[in-house]
Design a protein around this ligand. Structure first.
Ligand SMILES: [Zn+2]
Length: 419
């Protein structure tokens, strides 16, 4: 067991060093070539570098807690205690196990969270005061607890009722939960943190006719274009497409209007979100997630069976609450294996949405200006190393998106010239 723990620790240490300290000089010349200044590049690199310490401290903490519970016998002893208290009822005991891990994590994470908050204030990337931050954090923690409780109850119910085929039932259940979460997020969850207003009811309603014209051109049934008061938390500018079925909507940050993005630039951003809609990216993402869940739960079934009777888990069955820390650890490690693939898919979707944006809005200059402006406003890292992109990036690097727009511009000019 010690070899397993040291192998995991060594792997993550290598990843931390690689992603934090190893530079990639060619990224700078590419960013300069795209139109960024040395100052833009240095700001983005420095902020990304400093943020990584908070991210990796969080990763180390989570890994430490999960290894302590899953690989040392502590999980077994604590599960026995919980089973005793709950009269051998496995679902309440599993919920107790999950709650224990969540509480330990919350207490130990809080100093990292507060340090990160101070860092964000120092960089002027966060607008709420301490109380505001604490309330938002308490809300999201409560939300995680509720969703975690639903997941644990569902998983152990399935493990108890379908000991042979649980992995298939759980995958179907997880995708139903995924659809429910996608459907409910924009109407139940997001409004807990921000206010959403139809564009026509905001001070920026002048944009409405152009927005409607673009939607008509794209021929998609957009019910709602909403503006979110993102400036409550930060000056970060963004837009996104969310929801499922009847709750699908496009959300624009108020910062886009407050920071004087031109109508052409807002159109370029909106056209990108319409691209996600037209290419059906939410449904495709849910489908891929379901396939991954089937494979993941199947693999988990094999490992849980291996852990029956074996130290340090000494599981009595796969539905033993002592299995929860092991399940959480395997999910944590599994997400590191799956993430590069999932991110590659996400970057592919983003490229498709960019192509739609260029075709629909037909304004490569506005597209490029928007990319430059967004990166500067958000103090984004415009010279990331290829391995950081590969591991973490859900979007193609800004420089790549600008290059794509330039190439698109050249190719369309080319076709016009030959006509
Ligand atoms: Zn996108």
């Amino acid at each position: 067991m010690k070899t397993i723990v040291s192998t995991i620790a060594a792997l993550f240490l290598v990843l931390f060093i690689l992603t934090t300290f190893v530079p990639y000089p060619p990224a700078r010349s590419a960013a300069l070539n795209a139109g960024f200044t040395d100052a833009d590049i240095d700001t983005g690199l420095q902020l990304a570098y400093e943020r990584r310490f908070f991210a990796w401290a969080t990763i180390a903490l989570e890994l430490g807690i999960l290894c302590a519970f899953a690989l040392s016998g502590l999980g077994r002893r604590w599960a026995d205690r919980l089973l005793e208290w709950t009269g051998e009822r496995r679902i309440p005991a599993a919920l107790g196990m999950g709650l224990t891990i969540a509480v330990v994590h919350e207490i130990l994470w809080l100093p990292i969270g507060i340090a990160r908050l101070n860092h964000a204030w120092a960089w002027d990337t966060y607008n709420l005061d301490f109380v505001g931050w604490l309330i938002d954090h308490a809300k999201s923690s409560a939300l995680s607890l509720v969703m975690g409780a639903i997941a644990v109850t569902g998983l152990y119910t399935v493990l108890i009722k379908f000991p042979r085929t649980w992995w298939l039932v759980a995958a179907v259940g997880a995708s139903v939960l995924g659809v429910a979460a996608a459907f409910l997020a924009p109407i139940l969850i997001n409004p807990l943190f921000n206010t959403f207003t139809p564009l026509g009811d905001t001070p920026w309603r002048d944009h409405e006719p152009r927005v409607q014209a673009l939607i008509a051109k794209a021929q998609i049934p957009v019910q709602e274009i909403l503006v979110v008061d993102g400036s409550r938390q930060s000056n970060h500018s963004n837009a996104y497409f969310t929801g499922f079925g009847a709750t699908r909507r496009i959300v624009l940050y108020d910062t886009l209007f407050k920071r004087q993005y031109t109508p052409d630039e807002i159109e370029s951003i909106l056209a990108h979100e319409i691209g996600h809609w037209r290419e059906d990216h939410i449904n495709k993402g849910l489908l891929l997630g379901t396939l991954a869940a089937i494979a993941g739960f199947f693999l988990l079934d094999r490992i849980l069976r291996f852990a029956i009777g074996r130290a340090p888990w000494r599981l009595k069955s796969i539905a033993d609450p002592a299995s929860l820390p092991l399940i959480l650890l395997l999910m944590f490690l599994g997400s590191w294996v799956v993430q590069p693939v999932a991110n590659a898919v996400s970057r592919h979707f983003e490229r498709q949405a960019d192509e739609v944006s260029l075709e629909l809005a037909g304004q490569p200059k506005a597209f490029i200006d928007t990319e430059l402006k967004l990166a500067r406003d958000n103090k984004g890292n415009v010279a990331p190393t290829p391995w950081n992109v590969w591991l973490f990036a859900t979007h193609p690097p800004t420089v790549e998106r600008i290059r794509m727009a330039r190439e698109w511009e050249k190719s369309t000019k080319g076709t016009k010239d030959t006509k």
